[in-house]
Write a protein that binds this ligand. Sequence first.
Ligand code: GDP
Length: 195
Amino acid sequence: MKVTESDITISAVAPKQYPAEGLPEIALAGRSNVGKSSFINRLINRKNLARTSQKPGKTQTLNFYKINQLFHFVDVPGYGYAKVSKSEREAWGRMIETYFTERENLKAAILIIDSRHKPSKDDVLMYNFLKHHEIPVIVIATKLDKLKKNEVPKQLKLITETLNIEMSDTIIPFSSETSQGKEEAWHLIESYLDL
Ligand code: GDP
């Protein structure tokens, strides 16, 4: 998809704030600092729309970005940051539970994983949560430029096995630095949008 328009529609904390216009949605999840904002910005060719703004301590919101008037990317605040308080973590949990279980506009989720590491316990929980709710998942193994070429197959296998990725889901090797995987990511996203 060639993105010509992208803008934030709303930062929402509750369902009554979700956009009402009925556009399909693709949600993006991943642990803090994994490269989620960089992924979004790379896909839509913007330097800074999805800023690295969702830092712990700030209000945790679901950010809806409207793309080409066609659909929304829904940026879910990152998880797994050690210094977050228990009450903040619980509020995060309630917010994403509500969104993922109730939102009919949601077509698929993108789960961003650091290709250099074995997926964390939180990554596994997130994947299982999405599958429990029968949401299609695109796994993005990002920061691929930081791997040596000969390490790539081993790391992709490790991620596939640790998450126990279902046959119907896809893992895409990706780099926000080099744009590797961008076309494949768009192709899959479009297939879930039924445009
Ligand atoms: P977020 O917290 O998940 O939104 O993470 P960011 O997108 O802010 O990225 C965290 C850090 O990782 C930043 O310093 C980025 O420049 C870096 N980063 C993100 N994606 C890549 C990538 O594909 N390759 C490399 N080399 N660095 C990346």
